[in-house]
Design a protein around this ligand. Structure first.
Ligand SMILES: NC(=O)c1ccc[n+]([C@@H]2O[C@H](COP(=O)([O-])OP(=O)(O)OC[C@H]3O[C@@H](n4cnc5c(N)ncnc54)[C@H](O)[C@@H]3O)[C@@H](O)[C@H]2O)c1
Length: 334
């Protein structure tokens, strides 16, 4: 059987390295090329299970490198792109926004443009992975829908919003077959140490202060990464060209409650030797500038049109996640 080739970008990052093994296992009809620059956020150890898999190929490279992209599209019959590669950490976008504009804006443009020129009239699909942060912040009520106006507040979300609009324009101007998904905060195995949940677990186990921004009352809508992978799969295959789909777990949580939940799982799993509670390590630190107060996604469109629903609830998902990090910690990896 002739395999279809899909180019995945940023597949060595958190979501990509959960997505590729899931996708290869669910779709033996595809061959995946994973293009990743391996910045500090990329980790090939998270894809070890694919070593020797004939349906998988890794290329180290930059989505801003047009020559490399031309070569990849020339050497392979690529029928789809699933574009994860990005700079993704808001704090880093505050201290150094330039890389975010380079990768998220220029990189997305370069990839999209090379794909357009290579595909012309050939069947294709370009799936752009984005974030709910493009919509800005919510008050106490309301949810982000696909028609909520964009109002990004950090250089990260502004760079993602820009890339979403460039992708949109390639559909309207050139008729490209694109879809975009905007998802909420993901959690699960393989996430980089710098992000909230791995940070809480690591600091707790190491006996350090567990830092919580501001008053800890910011609200995020948490999505287990495997649910996100299933959503991407559905939209990639069945989403309408030119459309965007919000993906969210309907799991709104106040940050401080997440920290407390993780602390109590740790109290139960690996109690502190001094019999104190892990929550005693919590320390409130100065708030992040421009910190959005609340994000929450209305996932009605993907649920009704494509039959997607989050399977994991937060209580079970966070237990699995803590378990994964504890195992890695014991192996000295995290
Ligand atoms: N993690 C979340 O909660 C979340 C939520 C919503 C949307 N997203 C979006 O999902 C995508 C993936 O997020 P993630 O959390 O896996 O990110 P991540 O930071 O863990 O991984 C990003 C990957 O992209 C690679 N990369 C960075 N610059 C590159 C370049 N110039 N060329 C090629 N590869 C490059 C990195 O090496 C890394 O492997 C991003 O587009 C992000 O904006 C993430």
């Amino acid at each position: 059987m002739m395999k279809k080739t899909i180019l995945v970008t940023g597949g060595a990052g958190f979501i990509g390295s959960n997505f590729i093994p899931y996708f290869i296992a669910s779709h033996p009809e595809y061959r995946i090329i994973n293009l990743d620059l391996l910045t500090y956020a990329g980790n090939l150890d998270n894809l070890k299970e694919l070593d020797g898999n004939v349906n998988y190929q890794f290329i180290q490279g930059d989505i801003c490198n047009r020559e490399l992209l031309d070569r990849i599209f020339l050497d392979n019959v690529i029928e789809g792109v699933i574009h994860f590669a990005a700079e993704s950490h808001v704090d880093n976008s505050i201290s150094g926004p330039g890389t975010f504009i380079r990768t998220n804006v220029n990189g997305t443009f370069t990839l999209l443009d090379v794909a357009r020129l290579s595909w012309k009239d050939k069947p294709h699909r370009f799936h752009h992975i984005s974030t709910d942060e493009v919509y800005g912040t919510l008050g106490e009520n309301g949810l982000f829908t696909e028609t909520t106006p964009y109002a990004p507040n950090s250089p990260y979300s502004a760079s993602k919003a820009s890339s979403d609009l460039i992708v949109r324009s390639y559909h309207h101007t050139y008729g490209m077959n694109v879809v975009t998904t905007n998802c909420s905060n993901n959690y699960g195995p393989k996430q980089h140490n710098e992000k909230l949940i791995p940070t809480i677990i690591r600091k707790a186990i190491m006996g350090d202060e567990i830092p919580v921004y501001g008053d800890g009352k910011n609200v995020r809508d948490w999505l287990y990464v495997e649910d996100h992978c299933r959503g991407i799969d559905l939209v990639f295959h069945n989403g309408k060209a030119g459309e965007t789909y919000n993906i969210g777990g309907r799991n709104e949580k106040v940050n401080i409650n997440i920290v407390k939940e993780i602390c109590s799982i740790l109290d139960e799993r690996i109690p502190r030797t001094d019999k104190k509670l892990y929550s005693e390590q919590i320390s409130f630190v100065m708030d992040r500038p421009g910190h959005d107060r609340r994000y929450a996604i209305d996932a009605t469109k993907i649920e009704n049109e494509l039959g997607w629903k989050a399977k994991e609830n937060f209580e079970s998902g966070i237990r699995k996640t803590v378990q994964w990090y504890l195992e890695k910690f014991n192996q000295g990896v995290v």
